[in-house]
Design a protein around this ligand. Structure first.
Ligand SMILES: Cc1cc2nc3c(=O)[nH]c(=O)nc-3n(C[C@H](O)[C@H](O)[C@H](O)COP(=O)(O)OP(=O)(O)OC[C@H]3O[C@@H](n4cnc5c(N)ncnc54)[C@H](O)[C@@H]3O)c2cc1C
Length: 320
């Protein structure tokens, strides 16, 4: 399984020309690393060293976007305007674990696999069902990351952050409108998340982690550059012969496979032959290749089944 993002293809000379504004920690012309390994950079990128620095950099830069681990993200080749905020700094990567109560508080920039390991070591169950999902805690909570064995919403007790004006927000689990790959939290900048986990035998939890991981390895092309599943699993609006009945949520990968998408390619991007909902990239691929391939694959499913697939991958493009 791939455990690192591919090297960023941003041109080195642009990086050398980057300028750091010391007071606001803002870097101009910064690369954005994503698991797809394609696409452009940020006109401005901030790595805030504190909540106050985060607050201070919100005004005056145009649209503000938050970068997690870049595991569900496609950045257009032309990059993005405004400000990109990266919370992978010590201020947002702390973890507090109370093994007795199961209360865990993690900064939004903490990498989910590291948090899963730390909680298992502490004898806590709940997050192991997310084994093999690359994410930051913030990104996982916004996307409601999950799969066959569960989703992160099952363990979230509260979310802290700020709105785009910098006003602090704290939401309890019952105030969050969680659904399948949806949280309604996209307008917030999440800074930390409180989880309610359950004390359990670490060996038993680790066994469950191993079987979740084995399932993922057997069914998904984890060693390739991708963003995981490109499309959400749709709910059928009508009965479809040999697929499912109205109201059923069915696998987008199955529809893409049956519509003949496996192996379909545009430039350096292709639909994985192992899992039809994964688009994988080769060196030299562009974000445009991926976007055109997503459009092509979705149009095949629409033509064959009348089902309009909704993208799970987040696409960032310039606003001007
Ligand atoms: C190999 C592979 C396997 C995968 N398998 C799965 C799977 O099984 N299940 C699954 O659900 N997903 C899967 N994914 C997709 C991805 O792991 C998840 O969507 C994950 O939640 C993305 O988190 P991230 O931190 O990388 O977010 P990013 O990709 O960086 O961002 C995604 C969105 O979250 C927003 N965001 C990120 N951090 C914050 C924050 N702190 N505050 C506010 N908004 C924020 C971003 O602005 C963006 O809109 C897979 C991806 C890969 C590459």
């Amino acid at each position: 399984m791939r455990t690192h993002k591919p090297p960023c293809v941003f041109e080195p000379h642009s990086i050398m020309m980057s300028k750091v504004h010391e007071q606001s920690d803002i870097i101009e012309h910064a690369p954005i690393e994503t698991w797809f390994g394609v696409g452009g950079g940020a006109d401005r990128l901030a790595k805030p060293a504190s909540v106050e620095a985060l607050h201070a950099c919100l005004a005056g830069h145009g649209p503000v976007r938050v970068l997690g681990d870049g595991a569900n993200l496609l950045v257009d080749d032309a990059g993005v305007d405004g400000l990109v905020i990266d919370l992978d700094t010590p201020a947002f990567t702390g973890v507090e674990i109370d093994a007795r109560s199961g209360r865990v508080v993690a900064g939004a920039g903490v990498r989910l696999p590291a948090l899963i390991n730390a909680t298992i070591r502490a004898g806590l169950a709940g997050l192991e069902v997310l084994a093999g999902i690359p994410a930051s805690v913030g990104g996982a909570v916004v996307m409601n990351a999950g799969g066959k064995f569960g989703e992160i919403a099952d363990t979230v007790a509260a979310v802290e952050g700020m709105d785009r004006s910098g006003d602090p927000v704290r939401l309890g689990r019952d105030q969050i409108d969680y659904g399948y790959r949806r949280s309604g939290l996209g307008d917030l900048i999440i800074t930390s998340v409180e989880f309610a986990l359950t004390p359990d035998d670490p060996a038993a939890v680790r066994d469950r982690l191993k079987s979740c991981m084995a399932y993922k390895k057997n069914t998904q092309p984890l060693a390739d550059h991708s963003a995981g599943c490109c499309f959400k699993n749709p709910t059928l609006a009508t009965d479809i012969d040999a697929v499912g009945v109205k109201g059923m949520r069915i696998s987008a990968g199955l529809l893409l496979d049956r519509a003949g998408c496996k192996g379909l390619a545009v430039g350096g991007a292709s639909v994985s032959t192992a899992h039809a909902n994964f688009i994988v990239t080769q060196p030299g691929a562009t974000a445009r290749d991926v976007i055109r391939l997503m459009e092509l694959a979705a149009s095949r499913v629409l033509d064959r089944y009348g089902v309009a697939l909704e993208r799970e991958v987040v696409v960032w493009e310039r606003t001007r």
